[in-house]
Write a protein that binds this ligand. Sequence first.
Ligand code: FAD
Length: 468
Amino acid sequence: GKGDVHAEVVVLGSGPGGYTAAFRAADLGRKVVLIEKYPSLGGVCLNVGCIPSKALLHVAKVITEAEEMSSHGISFGKPKVDLDELRDFKNSVVGQLTGGLSGLAKGRKVEVVQGYGTFTGPNMIEVIGDGGRTNVSFDQCIIAAGSDPVNLPFIPHDDARVIDSTGALELTDIPKRMLVLGGGIIGLEMACVYDALGSKVSVVEFMDQLMPGADKDIVKPLHKRIEGRYENIWLKTRVTAVEAQKKGLRVTFENDKGESFDDTFDKVLVAVGRRPNGKLIDAEKAGVAVDDRGFIAVDNQQRTGVPHIFAIGDVVGQPMLAHKAVHEGKVAAEVAAGHKRFFDAQLIPSVAYTDPEVAWCGVTETQAKAQGIKYAKGVFPWAASGRSLSIGRSEGITKLLFDPEDDRVIGAGIVGTNAGDLISEVALAIEMGADAVDLGHTIHPHPTLSETVNFAAEMFEGTITDLM
Ligand code: FAD
């Protein structure tokens, strides 16, 4: 064994939540130990999540834009895909970032202990790693154990043709026909990548819309576009069986009318959600409560029921997003250091980096209707945006929701190119308590897609009424 170490603050898990918390705690003068089972830091986000998926989505975008140039009089040949080089590019992006993290940890004297950690008591974690066993005793702990993909019981997950998002990012091949099981953000991003690389993609979703959680009108332009590119989009349909056969995976579906049908695919990507890792760390030995699903409940200072143990990121609940984990990581580290800090964010933006991108934050229209929240809206269709037309796309929408009492902006949904970047302006507006006049009277540069936020506010105010 490596012997024992003591940490003033130990962080379990090195994802965006964990490394942020560890670095912040070290910057505040604490002796920090960071425990990670994998040799590389960065968690899901850097290794098998946000970053590799975005590297591949960039490539997908270049491919489809090149394809569509033909309608502007510019033609390229069919793309030649060298999967090994593409994989190397993706891996190099990941490597640069994870390597950077190791450097940042060293620079702060954060001690990284490699191995799998489990609690053995309220002030002790036992780590089993390649180098043997290490007992880490601690004064305070921040649990950042993250989440893993959900498996389905009726699916042969041991068959190499059944993959999850991690498998999809490995890019072992480009299947001829691929089924994406689950029409959420992760499934649709991967669908976008494989479609661009040449797979015939089908998507099946149990709910009545893609990307449940986002407003239907915001998802519609994405749906319309991919409907034209993909083989099938089945809504209100569930998969009831997947059978591994020699010629492919035979999938049985059942729609909402109770009708069954089947089809055979070369690969099935299961993207039906993520399961928090709370049950896998013997949290009960530290007295930390974990619910049936594996989530750890925390208060608005990220404290579990045990005052010196905090939890952050995917393991504490939805939405499972990196920027939420990062924000919570800072709160936990600062509270642990005795600062008066709370998780009091008014919103956590959601973004699907599909083509077009779909982004929303604050109150959605669906949520407002369900909860009886009064709202008024301003909607600007991008067909009237000079910039959007200039880039050959017209399907976007910028929608702002306002409190009808005081005209403050309370929510936004944006679909279109770079929607994920555009949503930040509205996030700031909501945090600052800005109203329609603030957004409508701020001079936005022309011609930009960011103008659509300005225009949506003006549509609400009625200061522009005719489009074009
Ligand atoms: P994780 O990133 O899950 O990290 C947890 C870490 O803890 C892991 O490294 C794990 O190995 C380690 N660990 C767990 N248990 C132990 C243990 N007992 N001992 C030692 N180590 C342990 N979010 C976004 O905001 N934007 C995106 O674009 C985005 N894209 C995504 C794309 C994909 C394909 C996927 C799968 C996810 C994506 N996410 C995205 C979600 C994002 O990755 C997660 O929300 C984020 O990584 C959660 O961070 P975390 O710190 O809570 O935990």
